[in-house]
Design a binder for this molecule. Structure first.
Ligand code: MRU
Length: 332
């Protein structure tokens, strides 16, 4: 599965995306031949997931360079396309910087993609150490190959557990309103041959109460120095449930998702999306005409609810006294 691919001339330069808005029913390639097309694809979630947004942002700047456009303007537009996933601006600025220094922008974008793929593999290995035998794992949103380089973040850990024979069952939160769990994680779980079931987000409480969850594993869009974690809206209530029921709550993210500028969760900007995503389903109005809606794309889970953070560098826990290595950062 290739969610994003760089196309060289003569067919390019272009960025080819697997259009995630059409999955799982249709596998359609979206060809972005200019920066506005890629920015639109990012905003519509045709390409999404923090590490993959970083890869897309990097290639977007390389595309601007290849087309002889204003690279600084392109980097700014790409970085601002979605505000919460820190990887997007980080990667766009990294390739912009390379170009400014006279280095090849495309080589830098390829390097980011390769680093993220290798980080996925490392996160899978490190995260596996936290998965018990016969684990019933709950995940939220999509943090798999469709969201990152390689096998993903949280789903890379689940895939490693599946290969090691430790995964008894994967619970997939449907992830309202845009259904990244039901549409994308279930699509990936099926391809992996994992035993899985999709549940409505509001069924998670009864699942915990029934003792059916051994571990929660999620990704992240931005992590602050106090270990607050921004991830898909609905993650925070899961962390509260996990805490209440004594279930470990594990966050898996590459170091590119750690924001050196964010001291606490309050420093993380939360994307607010179109109310229509809540008031309509598949284009059909569900709430009365004129209804307002609250539609934050992400929420912030405070560090004290996080059992461990897995990065490509290892596992941070309260027991090992780990920290994120940021100035002013605390221990988990
Ligand atoms: O709005 P999305 O679909 O881009 O949100 C994605 C998530 O919240 C993921 O959990 C997060 O980016 C981690 S992905 C490896």
């Amino acid at each position: 599965m290739e969610p994003l691919r760089w196309i060289d001339p003569p067919d390019g330069p272009a960025v080819a995306l697997l259009d995630q808005t059409r999955l799982p029913n249709e596998e359609v390639t979206l060809l972005c031949e200019d920066v506005p097309a890629l920015v639109a694809a990012i905003k519509s979630l045709a390409v999404r997931g923090a590490p993959l947004l970083g890869i897309a942002g990097g290639y977007g700047v390389a595309l601007a360079a290849a087309l002889g456009l204003d690279v600084d303007a392109a980097a700014g537009e790409l970085a601002n396309a979605r505000p919460t996933a820190v990887n997007l601006g980080w990667a766009a600025r990294r390739v912009q910087e390379a170009h400014r220094e006279g280095r090849d922008a495309l080589t830098e974008a390829h390097a980011i993609a390769a680093e993220e793929a290798s980080a996925s593999a490392r996160m899978g290995e490190h995260g596996l150490t936290l998965v018990p035998e016969n684990a019933r794992v709950l995940t939220h949103c999509n943090a798999g190959a469709l969201a990152a380089g390689g096998e993903g973040t949280a789903l890379a850990v689940v895939a490693a557990a599946h290969r090691a024979g430790r995964l008894k069952h994967l619970w997939v939160d449907e992830t309202r309103p845009l259904l990244q769990g039901a549409r994308l994680t279930a699509y990936e779980a099926r391809r992996h041959g994992m035993p899985y079931a999709v549940l409505p987000d509001n069924a998670a409480g009864s699942l915990f109460a029934a003792g059916e969850v051994d571990l929660v594993v999620v990704g992240a869009d931005r992590i602050a120095a106090d270990h607050s974690v921004a991830n898909k809206v609905g993650t925070y209530p899961l962390a509260v449930l996990a805490h209440h029921h004594g279930v470990p709550f594990v966050v898996v993210a590459p170091t590119s998702t750690i924001d050196p500028e964010a001291r606490t969760g309050a420093d993380i900007p939360i994307e607010q999306r179109d109310p229509d995503e809540v008031t309509t389903i598949a284009g059909r109005r569900m709430a009365p005409e004129g209804s307002r809606a609250y539609n934050p794309a992400f929420d912030v889970t405070p560090g004290h609810l996080v059992t461990a953070i897995v990065t490509e560098q290892g596992v941070i826990t309260r027991e090992n006294g780990g920290n994120l290595g940021l100035p002013g950062g605390t221990r988990l």
